[in-house]
Design a protein around this ligand. Structure first.
Ligand code: KIV
Length: 296
């Protein structure tokens, strides 16, 4: 039996050295994790974007550590090859490096994830250092930090002026120096992301940060066209999944309501010769509902 080689934090570094691009997608459940893993996605990020995609809340702030643990467990069961990264949700790492370490430890111990991710630059470097020093691989996240949405007021591209670009580059350097194994750059102009990527030895993973990053990440519901309320400039819909799935749901409703589904071919027959006997009989005992545990 051939064993698939697991993607690890160090293997992402080797991919950068080889110039091999890294494909990352968010995942929140077993079914999609299995499909992505089988398709060759290198890293499955259990992002706190699950707040919007799965829970239907307006931003990532209400997502809890227990929410991330629950979804990461499911994703880990589906990921045979991909590295699973668990996002540290709002207020799970901002209070102190010690609390952050305890929570990062829970994410690894209780889920089987291979790494954690947290947002922040210079301001979170000490926390990254503390977690990484404990042997927990940390993915950084600079540029737009959605957990700061209340402070930012809106989701905006970061680093658009020379001064802001210099701050972003400083953030990226601080996170690498603190021991992160890779770095997400979110919503930054491509020349800035290009310079960060060239200046770091750890791989950069861009989302709205242009083509020069070492890898790319998208929220799966965006790239499948399942989320249609709005389309950020950087999102490519690889399929109009919302339309395809809606058509299937409509077709299902039509088939059920018209009585066309299920057909007898999609139903269970009785044993040979039993159907006729059964139809001739009319005892209430024989009409009793099937008990749990029957074979499908
Ligand atoms: O939560 C998330 O999905 C993320 C990615 C967008 C990078 O942090």
């Amino acid at each position: 039996m051939t064993q698939t080689k697991r993607v690890t934090a160090p293997s992402l570094l080797s991919m950068k050295k080889r110039g091999e691009k890294i494909a990352v997608l968010t995942a929140y459940d077993y079914t999609f994790a299995s499909l992505m893993d089988g398709a060759g996605v290198d890293v499955l990020l259990v992002g706190d974007s699950l707040g919007m995609v799965v829970q239907g809340v307006d931003d990532t702030l209400p997502v809890t550590l227990d929410d991330v643990i629950y979804h990461t467990r499911a994703v880990c069961r589906g990921a045979k090859r991909a590295l699973v990264v668990a996002d540290m949700p709002f207020m799970s790492y901002q209070v102190s490096p010690e609390e952050a370490l305890r929570n990062a430890g829970r994410l690894l111990k209780e889920t089987g994830a291979g790494a954690v991710k947290l947002e922040g630059g210079v301001n979170e470097a000490e926390t990254v250092r503390r977690i990484a020093a404990a042997g927990i691989p940390v993915m950084g996240h600079v540029g737009l930090g959605p957990q700061s949405i209340r402070q930012l007021g809106a989701y905006r591209v970061q680093g658009k002026t020379v001064k802001a670009a210099e701050r972003l580059i400083e953030d990226a350097r601080a996170i690498e120096e603190a021991g992160a194994f890779s770095l997400v750059i979110e919503a930054a102009p491509w020349p800035v992301a290009e310079r960060v990527t060239a200046g770091l030895s750890i791989p950069t993973i861009g989302i709205g940060a242009g083509p020069h990053c070492d890898g790319q990440v998208l929220v799966y519901a965006d790239m499948l066209g399942l989320f249609t309320a709005f389309q950020p400039h950087f999102v490519r819909r690889f399929i109009q999944g919302g339309e395809v799935v809606t058509e299937a749901f409509q077709e299902y409703c039509r088939a059920v309501k018209s009585g066309e589904f299920p057909s007898l071919d999609e139903s269970y027959a009785m044993d040979e010769g039993e159907t006729e006997k059964f139809l001739r009989s009319n005892s209430s005992e024989q009409n009793a509902p099937a008990q749990p545990g029957y074979e499908l």
